[in-house]
Design a protein around this ligand. Structure first.
Ligand SMILES: Cc1cc2nc3c(=O)[nH]c(=O)nc-3n(C[C@H](O)[C@H](O)[C@H](O)COP(=O)(O)O)c2cc1C
Length: 211
């Protein structure tokens, strides 16, 4: 399936076939495609908890407003945004940039300073936004890639973040922008037509906001 078709045909599916499973190979393929998503300074501040075990899905459902699709989907991916992605990955990114000729060795310190000043202190709001925006781009790429692989998905932020952190051992400093159910549409499941989308002229402005 080409990209345009995958974007046009992706829908948030409510009824997953509970009989279908996804093996680790397929899940890793999906996640490695999505791992090519862009990120600020290539810092990739995301982590994923993959939930396929039926009992763990039940627990996750209880932390997600009891949404049935959490239990019925083959896998549910907890998207974890890590404000510590700067410290974790900066040296490896700069090492790779230097080795590949993206940057001259003498510029390394200047790049490190730029990253630190752009994304703020470890506990700042800037840092949380940095983590959440990049993880959301990763999440969107997961959904498009799933469609391309013949799978369906459903993003959810109807979740109790504290409950998920507690049940899935996720450290307090992380954020969970969403979870994503992945699987196959139930054989007797059908989709309503795609709902309301705004016309472009309501939200697209050329040259300056309001024009
Ligand atoms: C970040 C995010 C969170 C969402 N959370 C939920 C949710 O908790 N439950 C739900 O049923 N749908 C949720 N949705 C799905 C939206 O309702 C859906 O994307 C929207 O209605 C458009 O439908 P479509 O995805 O089929 O185009 C969420 C979507 C996004 C992007």
């Amino acid at each position: 399936m080409d990209t345009i078709q995958a974007i046009k045909e992706r829908r948030s599916i409510n009824f997953f076939d509970p009989e279908r499973t996804l093996d680790q190979g397929a899940l890793k393929e999906l996640l490695s495609i999505a791992n090519l998503a862009p990120s600020s300074f290539d810092l990739q501040p995301w982590k994923v908890v993959v939930v396929t075990d039926p009992e763990r899905k039940k627990t996750l459902r209880a932390c997600a407003m009891n949404q049935q699709k959490v239990e019925e989907a083959s896998a549910v991916l907890i998207m974890v945004a890590d404000p510590g992605g700067v410290e974790e990955n900066m040296d490896r990114v700069l090492e790779s940039w230097q080795a590949l000729g993206y940057m001259r060795p003498e510029m390394r310190g200047a790049y490190a300073d730029m990253i630190r000043s752009l994304y703020g202190g470890r506990d700042s709001m800037t840092r949380k936004l940095f983590a959440a925006k990049n993880t959301s781009l990763f999440a969107m790429t997961v959904m498009i890639a799933a469609k391309g692989m013949g799978l369906e998905s459903h993003p959810m932020d109807g979740i109790d973040e504290a409950c998920i952190k507690k049940e899935f051992n996720i450290p307090e400093d992380k954020l969970i922008p969403m979870i994503i159910a992945v699987g196959t549409l139930k054989p007797d499941g059908s989709l309503l037509p795609r709902a309301f989308r705004r016309e472009l002229d309501e939200f697209v402005h050329f040259q300056a906001y309001g024009k």
